[in-house]
Design a protein around this ligand. Structure first.
Ligand SMILES: Cc1cc2nc3c(=O)[nH]c(=O)nc-3n(C[C@H](O)[C@H](O)[C@H](O)COP(=O)(O)O)c2cc1C
Length: 422
């Protein structure tokens, strides 16, 4: 009888998985694995091997205790680690307390926030899965109430405002951004950041990166999308500064985000991702006939991503929207893929992620096979179906490793056979 195989170096009992959960079995036993879909081919980024191309997209849980992760996070994240995702990006995590979207947001501004995250990371690593975190600052979208406190999905109740009042733990008077333009009348009015404030946020961001090293994260994603602080600097709709960090010239609006990202790159030698919004989805063109930039869009994103490549960013996670309250998004399956594809065409050597209404394995595989992106990020489909990676393998006709404890649920996929359904 073979000896029981334990995860070496783990601080509690875990049964080791061979091959790692979410990776294909050898083709000598499983002939159907001779031709692997791109979705299940590994990707190497800065010396780190991502075992497949499925990444859990960051998802705010509004469930932290003064910024610290709770057992909710262990269960939520742990469920993805045991079900085959290649990597997990933990939710938007604030680098300073006032950079939280809501008081219940995750944070890494204190050393005591490290330990609960370490526990999650150890569990995820014991299940052969990479884990990173999205570091964020919400800027003018800070001090708001959690979505389910604002309104219910059935729309039977709705709060009068998104602002989280001071009496209940909010900080509407302490909200800042590039300019004094509120996201909407239902949001706090930000104070423009002076240069001391910018430097303070930069320094705190670097401190959070240092904490990520202690936590043991495999990668970091910087949130420069969805209308949060860095996107607020980039977009002419939210940045009307008249100094060297804003206003009409694109170079000015990019200056501070790039300075910050260059510092983060210097401080972090593992894979570094940046999530961008490739358009604000506001009415009208990105640029007027006279050359004035009207909103953030694909042309400026292209220039920005070029600068990110120069800095040494390893992957661009291409999303859209979130900055303009009146945005009109033509939502359909894979609606953000064309934005990723455009960037991939211009920067073929840069790894690109695509996200947004990717639900079907054949759909995901087609984007990767056609070279439109290198990885897919999934959020809502993984909420509904955390075992999506295993279902995807089954649908694509290959056999990948489930967790030992879950194998009996996957007997059909785990039957060796010559005929592939692909
Ligand atoms: C519950 C939930 C929380 C989210 N939180 C974040 C977040 O923390 N950071 C982020 O960049 N995007 C966040 N998003 C957006 C997702 O990462 C993703 O980009 C978006 O949902 C589109 O992908 P999907 O169609 O697969 O859900 C969140 C989405 C959901 C559903």
């Amino acid at each position: 009888m073979p000896s029981y195989n334990l995860v070496r170096g783990a601080d509690q009992f875990y049964a080791a998985n061979e091959p790692p959960i979410g990776t294909p079995y050898p083709e000598d036993v499983y002939p159907q694995n001779a031709q692997l879909p791109v979705l299940f081919q590994p990707l190497m980024l800065r010396g780190t091997t991502f075992k497949n191309r499925i990444i859990v997209s960051p998802m705010c849980q509004y469930s932290s205790d003064h910024g610290s992760a709770t057992d909710w996070h262990l269960v939520h994240i742990g469920g993805f680690a045991t079900r085959g995702a290649g990597a997990i990006c933990m939710e938007a995590t604030a680098v300073v307390p006032e950079g939280r979207i809501s008081p219940q947001d995750a944070g890494l501004w204190l050393d005591k926030q490290i330990a609960p995250l370490q526990r999650i990371v150890k569990f995820v690593h014991a299940h052969d899965t990479l884990i990173g975190v999205q570091l964020s600052h919400a800027g003018r979208k800070s001090s708001t109430i959690a979505p389910w406190m604002h309104s219910d999905s059935a729309k039977t109740r709705k709060a009068a405002s998104w602002i989280h009042p001071k009496e209940e733990g909010g900080w509407p008077d302490g909200v800042y951004g590039p300019s004094d333009i509120a996201f909407s009348p239902e949001y706090p009015t930000p104070k423009p950041m002076d240069e001391d404030r910018m430097l303070y946020v930069e320094d705190e961001w670097i401190q959070a990166v240092e904490r990520c090293k202690t936590v043991g994260y495999d990668f970091i994603e910087i949130h420069a999308a969805h209308g949060y602080l860095l996107h607020q600097y980039l977009s002419p709709l939210s940045n009307t500064r008249t100094d060297e960090f804003g206003g009409a010239p694109l170079e000015n609006r990019m200056r501070w985000p790039l300075r910050l990202l260059a510092r983060i790159r210097a401080a972090w030698d593992k894979p570094l991702f940046v999530r961008v919004s490739a358009t604000d989805w506001a009415e009208g063109p990105e640029r007027d006939a006279d050359g004035t930039w009207r909103q953030w869009g694909p042309e400026q994103t292209k220039v920005f991503v070029g600068e990110l490549q120069n800095i040494g960013i390893d992957l661009i996670d291409v999303s859209t929207g979130g900055l303009w309250v009146h945005q009109k998004i033509p939502v359909e399956p894979g609606y953000q893929v064309p934005f990723a594809e455009k960037i991939k065409k211009v920067y073929p050597n840069l790894s690109i992620g695509t996200v947004g209404l990717i639900t079907d394995p054949l759909q995901a595989e087609s984007y990767l096979r056609d070279g439109k992106a290198d990885v897919v990020f999934l959020a809502r489909e993984l909420i509904r179906t955390p075992e999506w990676p295993l279902l995807a393998a089954r649908k694509l006709g290959i056999a990948i490793k489930p967790a030992n404890q879950h194998e009996r649920g996957w007997a059909e996929m785990l039957t060796p056979r010559l005929d592939s359904t692909m």
